[in-house]
Design a protein around this ligand. Sequence first.
Ligand SMILES: C[S@@+](CC[C@H](N)C(=O)[O-])C[C@H]1O[C@@H](n2cnc3c(N)ncnc32)[C@H](O)[C@@H]1O
Length: 277
Amino acid sequence: MLSVLRMTDECTVHMNEWTPPTIIGICRDSPAPDDWLVRCDDLGIPIRHDAAGDEWVLEYADDTLSLIRPDGVRVAVDFAAGKTRHRAQEAGRGAGVLSKALGIATFRKRHGRLPQVFDGTGGWGQDAWAIASLGCMVVVLEKHPIVHALLTNGLCRALVSEDSNSIAERIKLHCGDAANWLQTMTTDVIYLDPMYPTRQRKKADSKKGMQFLHALLGPSDESISSQLLATSLEHAQERVVVKRPKGADPLTTPTGWTGQTSTIASPNTRYDIYLQR
Ligand SMILES: C[S@@+](CC[C@H](N)C(=O)[O-])C[C@H]1O[C@@H](n2cnc3c(N)ncnc32)[C@H](O)[C@@H]1O
């Protein structure tokens, strides 16, 4: 049976005066796996047979964990699914913008190996998967326990599939706050994809995955993203890459940081690159 959820004490989300959706757990597999029961308990999610009208459902069925909104729309992490696979294939061509933003070719020339990447904003894992598809080892942090649980389940399924296990094995996922986690480590490259600022949300909200994240996480705070950038700049040996929507202001860099910045743009996304000296 797949491991569904993993909790740590760090799995807390700071949401100023914001109310997250009420989530209940429903297991369609019988008997319900023990770790599902234990983890729902850890997460404070009551297990029931049916949801009331306004409740969201964390559903476990056929080894797949999904989050379902009251309108029936669902998300699950599936690394074989079209969008993730396409993104990974694009990245895998080596000349993609993500590869350039991470500085993979330059790093390899300089150090004779691929960079180790820390993805501090795991989300649905699409970027982490694309980075792992480039051959890099990726440490991924996700702070929201439900998003982390869905991502864990997607990774577990990818690990047991022959098509995807070589990529999945390069990803080490943890639940917690990236800024705290970074206090104990350094890495070659840090990748951040914070939630988009409010101005840019309309377009992002047309995507189902982002709608779910906004509902779970509440309003995003640019100053917290800038703090995460500041911490990242203290712990990345080579560079920090921040994914931003086209037209958004860059995050604020800390006073006294003396590295160089550059950007790489693709049609809808911009990568802001912070190079250490
Ligand atoms: C825009 S999403 C990232 C999407 C992701 N790049 C992908 O490809 O699916 C931002 C995610 O980062 C997470 N996050 C934001 N700040 C974080 C932090 N300090 N530590 C860990 N996770 C964080 C949020 O919970 C959210 O799931």
